[in-house]
Design a protein around this ligand. Structure first.
Ligand SMILES: [Ca+2]
Length: 188
């Protein structure tokens, strides 16, 4: 009987993990491993000069160079699945010295006030920002990572995006069941 509980626990854990993984494909190519497949390159307004290319630096990255008074650019992509309130997106970048008036930003659905800015100025180094959804978002929501200077020049390497969905109720239920089985096993 103890053996069976162990087996059930293993199956429950596998099911729970499987449900978690099914939610993992928010965007294409979130690591920028070999190219910029899936990502659109652009600017909000045609300001200054800008150059966006894939780079093999920093584990594969989207390298964004801007120069001007001001200048800005971005990479963007529409989501493939729905996001739920509580889901998180983390962006990791390396950037050059950004001068006094510059930033990089994660923008969710431009037109809404879902903008997370990082760094008004800032010296060369790694940065990371995490955005938490405050409501549900339909598939097709635009996710953009941009940078801007005014004036000056700056380079930002976007290393990766990480999507952390809030656990589904089914997953929580399965994990809870697993926990109950563990407790029962300990008490038997
Ligand atoms: Ca990368």
């Amino acid at each position: 009987m103890k053996k069976n509980f162990g087996l059930i626990l293993a199956v429950v854990t596998m099911l729970a993990c499987g449900i978690g993984e099914a939610n993992a494909t928010l965007l294409q190519n979130m690591e920028f491993e070999t190219d910029l497949t899936g990502w659109s390159i652009g600017v909000v307004n045609p300001l200054g000069s800008w150059d966006v290319q894939w780079s093999n630096e920093y584990g594969g990255s989207a390298k964004m160079y801007i120069s001007g008074t001001p200048a800005q650019t971005n990479v963007s992509q529409a989501t493939q699945i729905a996001m739920k309130s509580g889901d998180k997106i983390t962006v990791d970048v390396f950037h050059s010295d950004m001068g006094n008036f510059s930033n990089w930003a994660l923008v969710i659905e431009p037109g809404e006030t879902q903008v997370l800015l990082y760094g008004a100025g800032g010296s060369e180094g790694y940065d990371s920002i995490t955005w938490t959804a405050v409501r549900d978002y339909d598939p097709g929501t635009l996710i953009s990572i941009g940078c801007a200077v005014w004036p000056g020049s700056s380079t930002t390497w976007v290393e990766s995006l990480t999507y952390t969905p809030v656990p589904e109720p089914a997953t929580i239920a399965l994990l809870g069941l697993g926990g109950l089985l563990l407790r029962r096993r300990k008490h038997s």
